[in-house]
Design a protein around this ligand. Sequence first.
Ligand code: HEC
Ligand code: HEC
Length: 399
Amino acid sequence: MRTHHLLLALGSVALLASACEDSSNGASQDTDSTPATGSETGADADTDAASDTDTDTDTDGEPEPEPVNLDIDAYPFETLSEYNFFVGDLRDLVPNERVIPYTVAAPLWADAADKGRYFVIPEGTTIGFTEQNEWAFPTGTVFIKNFFFDLDRGPAEDLRVIETRLLVLEASGQWQSYGYIWDDEQIEAEQTKAGADVFVDFIDASGNAQSQLYIVPDQNVCESCHQRDDATLILGPTTRQMNTTWAIEGDTEVNQIDWLAEHGFFDGEVPDASELPALADPAGDASLDARARAYLHGNCAHCHRPGGAGGSSGLKFTVWEDNPADFGVCKLPAAAGPGAGGRSYDIWPGRPEDSIIPYRMASEDPEVKMPELPSLLADDFGVSLIEEWITQMPGEDCE
Ligand code: HEC
Ligand code: HEC
């Protein structure tokens, strides 16, 4: 999605170069090799006007895009296009100016769906940085998360977007969630409160054809993961999850925290990302322990921590817990029953076949499976990772 990156590069540079009105050319027309990163001053500080006129055949002759609509008092809109998060055809998912794409180090499994994440903060506002917890976003911030499937895994991505989820920080200080379901033609997405069941045919990341049911959750389900101590929270934007690289603009990957700091997004000085904690990529090449802990943090810790929906189980999957009993080692389950599958301990070091965690992760029985709904399918990758971790885990016999 090269045009996507090019347009974004122009957009976010324009955001910083608001005073500069000359129509420029040059560096940022180069779609391949010249990310605007780090070059926010000088020649390639394009303006709005430049981004609409002289760059890309896709935009030639098209009217200037409307700015993002951040009038949160008028939210929610019935259709996704009314927000102007994306310019041009909605299905192309080209982010508007000021709409920043990002990723997380250890993403949540959602029945094989791919995700696209973005956020936008109101003009003139900044983000409060913290090392441990969720960053503090200004009122009027919107997070946007698209869920889609790749239909052919060809070089030109042929995507079927199923749903878009929003979290909006209202003046009350509460995050409000809204959901949108895309039509089959991929022209528009309509607001839904009830969610829907959708059948999708797609090619999965391993290249296999899949045909499956996908559940667009109803709006009450959001809380099960996004609430802690009765307050709705954003989950991804923490230092550990954001401290990873991504092609925010241009085709070159940059560290997201360094990029945001360089572009003035934070309300104060932020240490260099290399000095900050980070989650491992669960599919990367860090140690098995770091990858397994990152997986559990990204997929389970929003519920399994004090104040979360699974807090009463006593399991704490936040990556900073260093007492093994807290993340399940030789821990008896809070309640036995079918969820335990006849196994005694959440983790029995060296014995995955006697450990409850991989059993519940591998199950597709709604009474047993972890995480709980709305996902229906087990994440085979995650199950193998956790089994391998338990297999190699040093530790005494639980009994
Ligand atoms: C099974 C748990 C779960 C449920 C249910 C869930 N989310 Fe999330 N959501 C997450 C996690 C974990 C993240 C952060 C990691 C990521 O982006 O992959 C996230 C990220 C998001 C984001 C990006 C901002 C952020 O918080 O990181 C939005 C927007 C969002 N969810 C909206 C929703 C809405 C709206 C619903 C209900 C329709 C919903 N989510 C239901 C777990 C969940
Ligand atoms: C949406 C919230 C939620 C998510 C996400 C979630 N859990 Fe749970 N989990 C719960 C709740 C609630 C319980 C207690 C009820 C039960 O046992 O079903 C629980 C119980 C458990 C138990 C029984 C533990 C005990 O000691 O009692 C295990 C094991 C478990 N979860 C593992 C996981 C793993 C592994 C993940 C991530 C792959 C995960 N859970 C994700 C909510 C969640």
